[in-house]
Structure formats: C-alpha cells, structure tokens
Design a protein around this ligand. Structure first.
Ligand SMILES: [Zn+2]
Length: 275
C-alpha cells in the first residue's frame, strides 16, 4: 500500500467535501471514461452538495458525455446526490434497488455489465455492509470499485440489522477469487495490494470471532459484558460502536447455529455457546 497509487487510464477520482468519522476524508466519486468513444460513467455521485456535483459534471464534460450514473449502495454519502446529478447530466441511474436510491431508473443484477464505449464495468452483488451493495469491476484494468466493502484506511463498520457479517465475509471471499490488481474504495486512498487487504479484513474478523467465542466460554454473557472484556484496552467512548461489532458477530454465529440467544431476564438478553 503506497500513498500514491496511480489510477488506470481514463479513471478520475473527485473527492466530495463531506469528511467525518465514518466517511474519512469524504466520498470518492469516480469517473470511468473511454476517451476514444467520448463516453463517461460516474460511480457514486456522493452527497447532494451542488458544488461537488457541479465539479463532477465539469469533469465529465472534459472527457466526453455521460452515459450512466452507478450507485454502489443506498447510503446517503453515496446516493443522495444521484437525483441532482441525474438532472445535471440527463442520464439514467443504476443501482441494486430503489431502497436508499430514490432516483434509480434501472436495477442492476449480479453480473450485469455496463458498457463505457469499449470498456466493461461488471456489477458484483456484494452484500454485508448493506444488503444492496454492488462493487464494479473495470475488466480491462482489473480495477475494483469497492464502495464501502473495503475502506482505504482501517476497516468497515458492519452494524446490524443493516449490516450482515456472514454476507460480508462471503463477499470478501468472493473478491479474493477475482484477483483484482487495484481496489478503489469509496473512502480513503487507492489500494494496490488487494490480496493483502482482503486477507487482513478476513483475519481481523476471524480474530474478533475467536474473542467473542472465548468470552462466552465461561458461561452466558450480555453484549455489554463481552464488549468490556474484549475492548478492555479501548476507550469507553468507543464501546457503543464496539457493541455493534460484537452484535454482528453474535448474529453471524447464531445463523451458523454456534451460539444461542437467551431470553432477557432483566431487560438485557444474553448469549451462550451452543451445546
Ligand atoms: Zn455505506
């Protein structure tokens, strides 16, 4: 992972001005152009900030004419600008569903191909961060537009009920089989060692799962008790976010039949290992 990874030819990144704890430096809006054909596709309009969308439209005009707007998933920092950008560019909006992407004109199925001149962007349904998540593989460059499946820095929040860790891990393993050369995340820097990043993401979750199972080894525990034990060295301010992560693991293990949820006695449900 170097700080200055070059983008494939015809690909441009325009950073939206929406930095925050969850969005990092902001949302990366990508353009994919076939310069010879004069066609451009936009991936993730980003937030509905007119100054940003105007910059995107100007950048499109510098490459040619837009043919489509693609949205990786229905979170506001990716999808909210879709309606305004649709107005500016006059081209259809593609996404998995209209949930969170009200401006969607065309649903994209897994494996669907969106052409940009002679180039192909293949939609990959990769749920986990959100049920509707799509990655897009620019096939001639083996470059993967990863949306929120992978972050340029750190890891991705999987918060149930919206996030599903079992689906998320399956999506990461699917990406491993594609051997992309480059990962272009929606937040943070470009990643030129995708296999290392994907392995780290999977190992990180497996380690956390071991900790959750170890935490239950001595008997039933509430989420709060597990968080206190596993995140003992992390500031208590971050424990509410950690609770989402622990819950995501418990739901996954429950779906796999490895833990049980015990009825709440004092309002706090607890969890135990399956016997
Ligand atoms: Zn998201």
């Amino acid at each position: 992972m170097s700080a200055a990874v070059a983008l494939p030819v015809g690909v441009e990144c325009i950073l939206a001005p929406n930095p925050s704890l969850l969005t990092g430096p902001g949302t990366n809006t990508y353009l994919v152009a076939d310069e010879a054909a004069g066609e451009v596709v936009v991936i993730d309009p980003g937030p509905d900030i007119s100054e940003h969308l105007r910059r995107v439209a100007d950048a499109v005009a510098a490459h040619g004419r837009a043919t489509a707007i693609l949205v990786t998933h229905g979170h506001p920092d990716h999808a909210d600008g879709a309606a305004s950008l649709h107005e500016l560019l006059g081209v259809p909006v593609y996404a998995w569903s209209r949930d969170g992407v009200a401006a969607m004109d065309h649903p994209l199925a897994d494996g669907a191909v969106v052409a940009v001149g002679d180039r192909n962007l293949r939609a990959l349904h990769t749920p986990g961060h959100r049920f509707d998540h799509l990655c897009f593989l620019l096939e001639d460059a083996d470059a993967l537009f990863a949306g929120d499946l992978i972050a340029g820095v750190g890891t991705v929040v999987i918060a149930p009920p919206e996030g599903d860790l079992l689906d998320y891990l399956a999506s990461l393993r699917r990406l491993q089989t594609l051997h992309p050369r480059l990962i272009l995340p929606a937040h943070g820097p470009f990643l030129d060692d995708p296999q290392a990043v994907l392995s780290y993401y999977i190992a990180h979750r497996e380690e956390r799962e071991r900790q959750v199972l170890a935490g239950l080894a001595a008997g039933p525990r509430t989420v709060g008790e597990l968080v206190s034990a596993i995140y003992a060295d992390v500031s208590a301010d971050l424990h509410p976010i950690a609770a989402y992560s622990v819950l995501a693991h418990l739901y996954k293990l429950e779906r796999e039949g490895r833990v049980h949820r015990l009825p709440a006695t004092d309002g706090q449900e607890s969890w135990s290992l399956a016997t």
